[in-house]
Design a protein around this ligand. Structure first.
Ligand code: N9Y
Ligand code: NI
Length: 207
């Protein structure tokens, strides 16, 4: 079946494996995965994070013709399971002379989350200044994608251990976008159709 094809050792996930708008799987509610995790679900998570690494590597992205991604959800691979991968580079920090300070961590988020769910969130809302895109959406959909400004996420890691993480800013936007995919929600569902760039009371804009 599909997952077996994707987890073959010789297989790299490419854009051909990513389903696009119109495929009903993108609008389904994905199933929680069984715990402790099965090998096939662990292997799929590894392939998903490898895709993100390849997509952010200029050589591999060119070779495999990948669009750069910071997140991926299993439903985008036509697998209706609550598995998401996150690979968010750390923002570069600069000193007063404007030199980049090498950060100890290359990534602010570098993980596969199983059965992730938002267990609490701020009343305050936020949106990425430039809007959002999606590897499953081959068109621009302009507008503020209004999300929670801060979230607390509970998930299981690849060792089947329960984790809890609090996130804010851009780092919180990526898991919210991915968890939405496991609930059949697309980013443009959060854009105000009347006035896509409407500033809502107290909404934070993330650069
Ligand atoms: O479900 C998962 N997806 O659809 C991949 C999406 C996920 C992100 C969209 C907004 C929050 C999560 C993705 O990564 N993109 N969307 C389309 C093309 C660009 C790319 C992107 O935003 N790249 C990026 C952003 C900031 C810094 C570096 N790279
Ligand atoms: Ni997406």
């Amino acid at each position: 079946e599909r997952q077996n094809k994707l987890i073959r050792p010789s297989h790299y996930i490419t854009m051909d494996d990513i389903i696009r708008e119109g495929n009903p799987t993108l609008r389904g509610v994905a199933e929680r995965v069984a715990l402790p995790l099965s090998n096939v679900d662990i292997l799929l998570g590894e392939k998903m994070i490898q895709f993100l690494r390849n997509s952010q590597d200029p050589v591999m992205a060119e070779k495999l013709e990948l669009r750069a991604g910071v997140g991926l959800a299993a439903p985008q691979l036509d697998i209706s399971k609550r598995i998401i991968a996150l690979l968010v580079p750390s923002e570069p920090k600069f000193d007063e002379e404007g030199n980049e300070i090498p950060s100890k961590e290359d990534y602010a988020l570098n993980t596969v989350m199983y059965n992730a769910r938002i267990i609490s969130h701020s009343v305050e809302e936020a949106a990425i200044a430039t809007g959002e895109g999606c590897l499953s959406v081959d068109r621009e959909v302009p507008g503020y994608v209004v999300r929670h400004a801060r979230v607390t996420i509970e998930y299981y890691d690849k060792n089947s251990e329960k984790k809890k993480i609090r996130l804010k800013g851009f780092h919180s936007m990526v898991p919210q976008h991915e968890i939405d995919h496991t609930d059949g929600i697309m980013f443009y569902d959060h854009i105000d159709p009347e006035n896509p760039w409407k500033m809502r009371e107290g909404m934070q804009i993330i650069d």
